[in-house]
Design a protein around this ligand. Structure first.
Ligand SMILES: Nc1ncnc2c1ncn2[C@@H]1O[C@H](COP(=O)(O)OP(=O)(O)O)[C@@H](O)[C@H]1O
Ligand SMILES: Nc1ncnc2c1ncn2[C@H]1C[C@H](O)[C@@H](COP(=O)(O)OP(=O)(O)O)O1
Ligand SMILES: [Mg+2]
Length: 193
């Protein structure tokens, strides 16, 4: 597997909870045919399976904390391998959430060619998540957990952006704008690859 994935384009999609990562990734899939892998979606699928491991994950996610690095990296790697023959590129959404996750990903899988930084204000993210919580059924879309997720984002995930800025691969998009305008910025970043 390693070779095939090494040659594929890998894009990290990083931003706070509710910033609009999933929304933009869906549009990238439609326009560019990339494979979208959301760490949160992979984890929620494991929870939905009802497995013992899923139960442990659910408890962590409900508190707004990060699940163990190895668990999420293994899931992403397996999902990437499963698509290796058909994939033009990968959108890795919601990972890395801390610098260590980025380092381990590069050791075990490969290097990203782009980090899309989906930027929105804290108050905007909270508003969007509260609204999403009305229909998402997600146990972490509640006021208390949202606050913890946001704190953790600023503490653990923002340093990821600084880390990759020094490598010159970060492109920031302004996710305060309407979805289609954000996507124009996303498209420009991908077209430049
Ligand atoms: N640019 C935007 N303008 C307004 N609402 C947005 C925008 N992007 C996303 N949203 C809404 O905000 C919520 C969170 O978006 P989502 O893509 O699930 O974020 P994330 O995956 O980063 O948590 C969703 O309800 C979505 O419809
Ligand atoms: N890379 C990662 N490492 C550790 N935990 C993760 C993870 N990605 C997701 N999780 C866990 C903790 C998150 O609070 C939860 C939901 O993640 P998510 O669906 O990516 O949220 P969002 O799209 O709102 O930013 O899943
Ligand atoms: Mg998401």
């Amino acid at each position: 597997m390693a070779d095939k994935i090494k040659d594929a384009k890998i894009i990290f999609v990083v931003g706070g909870p509710g910033s609009g990562k999933g929304t933009q990734c869906e549009k990238v899939v439609a326009k560019y045919g990339y494979t979208h892998l959301s760490s949160g979606d992979l984890l929620r699928a494991e929870v939905a399976s009802g497995s013992e491991r899923g139960k442990q994950l659910q408890a962590i996610m409900q508190k707004g904390e990060l699940v163990p690095l190895d668990t999420v990296l293994d899931m992403i790697k397996d999902a990437m391998i499963a698509k290796a023959d058909v994939s033009k590129g990968y959108l890795i959404d919601g990972y890395p959430r801390e610098v260590k996750q980025g380092e381990e990903f590069e050791k075990k899988i490969g290097k990203p060619c782009l980090l899309l930084y989906v930027d929105a204000k804290g108050e905007t993210m909270v508003k969007r998540l509260m609204k999403r919580g009305e229909t998402s059924g997600r146990s972490d879309d509640n006021e208390e957990t949202i606050k913890k997720r946001l704190d953790l984002y600023y503490q653990a995930t923002e340093p990821v952006i600084t880390f990759y800025e020094s490598r010159g691969i970060v492109r920031k998009v302004d996710s305060e704008l309407p979805v289609d305008e954000v996507f124009n910025q996303v498209s420009k970043a991908i077209d430049a690859l």
